[in-house]
Design a protein around this ligand. Sequence first.
Ligand code: FAD
Length: 405
Amino acid sequence: MRVAVVGAGIVGVTTAHELSAEGHEVVVLERRGSVAAGASFAQGGIVAPGLAVEPFPGLAPWRLAAGVPSRWGWLAGALKARGARRLPPRRQALLRLAVASRQRLLELTHAHDIDFEQADGVLVLLRHERALKAHRAWLALLAEQGLAFELVDARRAREIEPALNPAAPLRAAIHLPQDVAGNGRQFAHRLKAEAVRRGVRFRFDSDVAALRPGTPPSLLLADGSTQEADAVVLCTGAEAPRLLAGAGLKLPLRPVWGVSVTAPVNHVDGQLPHAPRAAIVDPAGGATIARLGQRVRVAGGHSMGGGSDTAPPLPALRALYRTLDEWFPGSAVLRDAVHWRGARPVLPDGLPLIGASALPGVWLNLGHGGQGWALACGSAQILAGALAGRAPDPALAPLSPQRLR
Ligand SMILES: Cc1cc2nc3c(=O)[nH]c(=O)nc-3n(C[C@H](O)[C@H](O)[C@H](O)COP(=O)(O)OP(=O)(O)OC[C@H]3O[C@@H](n4cnc5c(N)ncnc54)[C@H](O)[C@@H]3O)c2cc1C
């Protein structure tokens, strides 16, 4: 089958790779100049299935900043649906996807010898007794689902992450030893190279202006050219609603913006760097801190409104600098820090859409919110399986676009 994938973020690249592995003839159309240049560019880097079912402030986009009056209607819907997301089938589906995705990520890494600056282990920091109490239910869920974790005291947490600031208040931590952090953009570039080797064509600077559903469907590009295919898969992240609206499908997907700060590790002669060894999540600070090779990345913040050309807002950046300074003071060369702002593509129920849309010939793999890097490899497998006509795992039914019909 000839398949046209629109969008070369982490979801588009993994999808193209899986489709080519199934034997399809794949072309990827991307309006930007390279892969992972949108929301996948400088995201937090954390791959931790347990976080997919725990709405931490730093990772759950539906805990939105207040004061966006024009969006209140949608916000109310999102908060209501957050309750629905907690219903077992939806949580199960998300968790199952997240676990499969982490496994597929590690399989691909191994099979293609991909270096993505992987650091093993994620540590969730609990500053006070009340934070520990607040996370008890989540720990019970991790145990019930068979996810590996260890509740550790502050002393053990500081052994796991020796550079943690000894002066910062820390009651306990939850160590997720099987989870990883890494450079999702680097992974996307390496997997793209593998996909190209398999025969996938990438057409960059190719802005898809209109979607023409049908059997077969086709795409109209902004330069007037067309792309024919037997199937179209939209992996357009937060930008999906515009294309779909033009084809008559309304998608209640919103961009929830976040920011990151990336800076080189500060190496002082004769001393171990004060940087994290792997990754931490600070639920109270609403941020994650990850070691990416010789760099440190802090990510977090939630806001709505503004476009892709809006500069990262200063208050959100300051909050990230504060969190980094609190946990790993002096860890990074801040004068060389790079700021970034990106959009998490979020549906009101917090679940991605993976499968056939209501439009003939058009498939969707989008809406991965604050977990797109963590969920991409598994989502791509599901999409490729559905396109090949394999019977879907019934437990994953909540992820199907049919729920919007
Ligand atoms: C601050 C922040 C921190 C995050 N931290 C994490 C984390 O720690 N772990 C995690 O798993 N996730 C994290 N995320 C979420 C993750 O970044 C996203 O879920 C993921 O990158 C979405 O990938 P995507 O491929 O769907 O979208 P994108 O990467 O945005 O890709 C979509 C692509 O489609 C292209 N496109 C759109 N429309 C068209 C068109 N008409 N024609 C041609 N091309 C088009 C765009 O140019 C873009 O390249 C974070 C996000 C943010 C903002």
